[in-house]
Design a protein around this ligand. Structure first.
Ligand code: PBG
Length: 325
């Protein structure tokens, strides 16, 4: 036998030397929930180990992330007050705006990305304004732009629209540019499927739709070409980074998009993925550490260069220890 693939698998040094996927913690983004109030560090029931923090408590977590080597944070707001219009999303004293003011002045070494969407702020839980029973695309754009602008004015380093309205990237880009923020990048949740894997997040953020579902704006999970189309459209509109979401059941799309675009691709391992791993490992069905490493490597192998995950801190640690990377 001339050719023996096993020759390169004989010992750990050799396996690491020939490894095709190399990663480091600079690619990680940690999603974090910030809640109105004070003195709150509240565990999310369906996401053991993940918490909602009030602004005065977020510092402790940010320190932990910094120490672990995770320098990017994605902020989600959990407001006290919701209304039809989702006005808390773009209020100057909204939860995210206040959190940014605190976090940016106290943690200048961290990079803050904000989720731009209406669903955490609307009384009906949909990602845009309603016209009857429908989510109205074009009137929502104005609100999304206002939201993105208010985040940037409050100090956001990057905005990440997750609402899935058509044309929102272009609208937000234009608004930011007109206000002198032409250098603030946009990471588009471009390839976002209508997924049941978001359920724990909706509990965490209190953002489940009060009627219907999100299938008229988020994508049908049977579709591949549609995902590529969404990505290309958003790039034309000025998106700097394209995200695929969820990650695990959409690795084919991570690869497709990576091959189809010339911008960095991010993958978001969502709340349901976290909850599955957490719960299965609690019952000792799987080894948490090993599964988390394997899942992370699969995302990078599929082509993503950015990984959003609730396990960011743990993964940074596994990278340091050489379990992955
Ligand atoms: C807001 C938003 C959602 C997630 C990120 N941004 C929920 C949704 O679309 O219903 C999901 C993240 C996760 O499940 O971890 N639109």
């Amino acid at each position: 036998m001339l050719i023996r693939p096993r020759r390169l698998r004989r010992n750990e040094n050799l396996r690491k030397m020939v490894r095709e996927t190399r990663v480091d913690s600079s690619s990680l983004i940690y999603p974090m929930f910030i809640k109105e109030g004070a003195g709150i560090t509240e565990e999310i029931p369906s996401m053991e180990g993940q918490y909602r923090y009030s602004i005065d408590r977020m510092g402790a977590k940010l320190e932990e992330l910094l120490n672990a080597g995770v320098k990017q944070v994605m902020l989600f707001g959990v407001p006290d007050h919701k209304d039809e219009q989702g006005s808390g999303a773009y209020a100057a004293d909204g939860i995210i705006q206040k959190a940014l003011a605190y976090a940016k002045s106290n943690y200048p070494e961290l990079y803050f990305i904000t989720d731009v969407c209406m669903c955490e702020y609307t009384s009906h839980g949909h990602c845009g304004l309603l016209k009857g029973q429908e989510v109205d695309n074009d009137s929502t754009l104005e609100r999304l732009s206002q939201t993105a602008l208010s985040h940037v004015q409050a100090g956001a380093d990057m905005v990440a629209p997750s609402d899935m309205m058509d044309g929102r990237i272009g609208h937000i880009r234009q608004t930011l540019d007109q206000n002198g923020y032409e250098m603030v990048p946009i990471m588009s949740y471009a390839v976002k499927y209508a997924s049941s894997f978001y359920a724990p997040f909706r509990e965490a953020a209190g953002s489940a739709p009060s009627f219907g579902d999100r299938k008229s704006y988020q994508m049908d999970y049977h579709n591949r070409k549609e995902g590529i189309r969404e990505a290309l459209l958003d790039i034309e509109e000025g998106a700097d980074i394209i995200m695929v979401k969820p990650a695990l059941t959409y690795l084919d799309m991570v690869r497709e998009i990576t091959d189809a675009v010339q911008v960095p691709v991010a993958a978001y391992s969502v709340s349901g993925e976290y909850a599955m791993v957490k719960t299965a490992s609690k019952y000792q069905c799987i080894n948490e550490e090993k599964i988390v490493c394997e899942m992370a490597a699969s995302v990078y192998r599929a082509g993503a260069s950015i990984y959003l995950t609730y396990y960011a801190e743990e993964i940074a640690d596994y990278m340091k220890k050489g379990y992955i990377g």
